[in-house]
Design a protein around this ligand. Structure first.
Ligand SMILES: [Fe+2]
Ligand SMILES: [Fe+2]
Length: 367
């Protein structure tokens, strides 16, 4: 790790190590919370033994698309990046760097999982292993590109340190499918929504990285389609009563986490001329609609009660953060936070129990 004193100071946000684009300081990863991107591991033997025959033709076609590597020459930095970081005011700079860090961490988390999967199942399940290897290639590119953008701000994530020190969450394969499918599709909608907005409002394009989002999100879309095809090759993952409950659970967990996180950092979206709530509503609605192509049920996100519930989570979360920031001793803090944790649990249960929408009613044409 580069000690902060070893590099020339620049105007870095308070509390962060300082560096220069030529000698970026290594940034400590943000404290883990329920809202920070997770790292996953799974049952590799079960993955290796997976029978793809029920949907092998589609998976082979997706692999062929991956082989074409459409974005091979896409992630090349151009002159626009030179000096772009200096044009941001300190407040925008702070929220933008947070966005880069969060995005880089989640891209990198995808890379690690896909890379490990491709390595561990190579002998027994070569088609699946090859698909994972291509996706790992894409995610490595995405993470690298974001990390390079961080170095424009004199900061860099130590990805090796992150690999060795992050806690890994174990999910059995079907839960990996739900979680990664959703994160790929939501990633697609997040990137394309920002791209299209900035196309109409070029004055809000605060950094040239957004020019790359259009082709970039196509990678995420293909990755999502891969998991869609994989679940269809393992139809029990998206069939039956318990699968319906789990799909609801994962949709809710992903949507609620994103909404609470994005509203808490609405300044970033404001810097782009976006309203965090409106942006998230659009992304959630689109992801929910897309998910109906493979999940047996999706959430009733067009019901105002859904949004009221998410707003209550936002309010509880603000109280939790306020308690965290107070100078009170730790046990007192915990005591103050307890009612909001309970309220969050109750609210999540209420949202989970809302009547879902059956996917065939929602996406009849594609099923
Ligand atoms: Fe990615
Ligand atoms: Fe991806």
């Amino acid at each position: 790790m580069v000690p902060p004193s070893a590099v020339a100071p620049t105007a870095a946000p308070a509390g962060q190590p300082v560096g220069t684009p030529d000698a970026p300081a290594i940034k400590d990863p943000v404290k883990d919370t329920i809202l920070t991107p997770r790292f996953y591991t799974t049952d590799f033997d079960a993955m290796a033994a997976m029978d793809l025959r029920p949907n092998e033709v589609e998976l082979e076609a997706i692999c062929e698309e991956f082989r074409k590597d459409y974005n091979r020459h896409h992630f090349v930095r151009n002159a626009e990046f030179e000096g772009a970081a200096d044009k941001l005011d300190p407040e925008t700079r702070k929220v933008f760097v947070e966005f880069l860090e969060q995005s880089c961490t989640s891209e990198f988390s995808g890379f690690l999982l896909y890379k490990e999967l491709s390595r561990r199942i190579k002998e027994k399940n070569p088609l699946l292993a090859e698909c994972f290897a291509h996706m790992a290639r894409d995610e490595a590119r995405h993470a690298g590109f974001l990390n390079k953008a961080m170095s424009d701000f004199g900061l860099q994530l130590d990805l090796g340190f992150l690999t060795a020190n992050k806690a890994y969450t174990y999910f059995k394969p079907k839960f990996i499918f739900y979680a990664t499918y959703l994160s790929e599709k939501i990633g697609y909608w997040r990137y394309i929504a920002i791209y299209r907005h900035l196309e109409k409002h070029p004055e809000s394009k605060i950094f040239p990285i957004f020019n790359f989002f259009e082709n970039w999100c196509q990678d995420e879309n293909r990755h999502g389609d891969f998991f869609d095809a994989l679940m269809k090759a393992q139809p029990d993952t998206v069939r039956g009563f318990t699968s319906r409950l789990w799909c609801r659970f994962f949709l809710l967990a992903v949507f609620a986490t994103m909404y609470v996180r994005d509203v808490a950092r609405k300044e970033f979206y404001e810097a782009l001329g976006l309203d965090a709530r409106e942006y998230d509503k659009y992304v959630i609605d689109k992801t929910n609609e897309t998910s109906a192509r493979v999940f047996p049920v999706v959430l009733d996100v067009r019901n105002p009660r859904f949004w009221d519930g998410l707003e209550r989570l936002v309010a509880n979360n603000a109280r939790l953060s306020a308690a965290d920031e107070s100078a009170a001793p730790a046990p007192l803090k915990t005591l103050r936070k307890l009612p909001y944790w309970l309220a969050n649990g109750l609210q999540m249960a209420q949202l989970f129990l809302m009547k879902p929408v059956r996917s065939e009613e929602f996406q009849p044409a594609v099923r």
